[in-house]
Design a protein around this ligand. Structure first.
Ligand code: CP
Length: 326
């Protein structure tokens, strides 16, 4: 079935194929070219959890390919509020739309949607599980930035910082990066928020090294990429969060002190801007090493490439592009 539920579906070759297709999509994403390959197709965008980037960029990507979008946000605006099951919801939606993007607070729920239908289903984030499209756009960003700097992903030093336990973006990104060779991963988290051991095991292949520390300054040294994450406060149900101190904040003074002029600073966003949140500091906003808005921009061509692949129009895009007239 054409679906995107996990990065585990990808080989290195299929990742590179998708990235070449995303390159084709770039002029459309930048509004220089237009295509109508998905004219008449409708996307169901079902978000049962808050989202700005994923929801809007999937919708925009579908529209830029010529399709249109039906959006449902939150349980209260869906008949699941009246007790309808995932199975019934998915079966009903598959009679209305041509593809589904689903975000859900429970790990595995998007796969349940996919099992109930034959239309393409894309995981827009399932609880603490996976966020495959985010990982793909992150890796695409790393490759493009590295290309500019004369670097390659093989052999890179990637430091992942923050909530590695609940952060689905780092779960997917780590597994995707593990397709490459000779990566040095440094996992920087307090003991209460360490990366699940089953993911660490998957990362330690292809000659990759995985080191774990709770000392931020030590872990960042020599990193080609610093990937920071927000504390997923919404996932703490019975647990009391402990151990995440201001020392874990990524800020300009720290980066200037321990990183070099080409270190990429990344974050899937949103960053928590509330007082005391200790998330990625805004004092890096004007530093060229900060790649966060280049990441968000790359979300459109990557999500266009995902739709074009899943709906079987990937070969048509290059031949149907014409100049934008506005
Ligand atoms: N990165 C990400 O998933 O952002 P949203 O929650 O805004 O979709």
């Amino acid at each position: 079935k054409p679906q995107l539920l996990s990065v585990s579906q990808f080989s290195r070759e299929s990742v590179e194929t998708l990235f070449r297709l995303a390159d084709v999509m770039q002029p459309i994403a930048r509004r220089q070219k237009v295509t109508r390959v998905l004219e008449g197709a409708v996307l169901g965008n079902l978000f049962f959890e808050a989202s700005t980037r994923t929801r809007v960029s999937f919708a925009t990507a579908f529209c830029r390919l010529g399709g249109s979008v039906c959006d449902t946000t939150g349980f209260t605006f869906s008949s699941m509020a009246k007790g309808e099951s995932i199975y019934d919801t998915s079966r009903v939606m598959s009679g209305y739309v041509d593809a589904l993007v689903v975000r859900h607070p429970e790990q595995g729920a998007v796969a349940e949607f996919a099992r109930a239908t034959n239309i393409p289903v894309v995981n827009g984030g399932d609880g603490p599980g996976e966020h495959p499209s985010q990982a793909l756009l992150d890796l695409y960003t790393i490759q493009r930035e590295f290309s500019r700097l004369g670097k390659v992903v093989d052999g890179a030093h990637i430091a992942l910082v923050g909530d590695l336990k609940y952060g689905r973006t780092v779960h997917s990104l780590s597994k995707l990066l593990a397709l490459y060779r000779g990566i040095k991963f440094t996992l920087i988290a307090p003991a209460s928020l360490e990366m699940p051991s089953y993911i660490v095991e998957q990362m330690a292949k292809n000659g990759n090294i995985v080191e774990q520390t709770s000392v931020l300054q030590e872990g960042l040294k020599g990193a080609d990429v610093v990937y920071a994450t927000r504390i997923q406060k919404e996932r703490f149900v019975d647990e009391v969060f402990e151990g995440y101190t201001p020392d874990f904040q990524i800020n300009l003074a720290l980066i200037n002190n321990v990183c070099d002029q080409h270190t990429l600073i990344m974050h899937p966003l949103p960053r928590d801007s509330q007082p005391g949140a200790n998330d990625l500091s805004t004092d890096l906003n004007h530093d060229s090493r900060l790649a966060i808005f280049r990441q968000t921009d790359n979300g459109i061509p990557i999500r266009m490439a995902i739709f074009a692949s899943l709906l079987g129009v990937d070969q048509q895009v290059a031949h149907t592009m014409r100049d934008a007239t506005w």
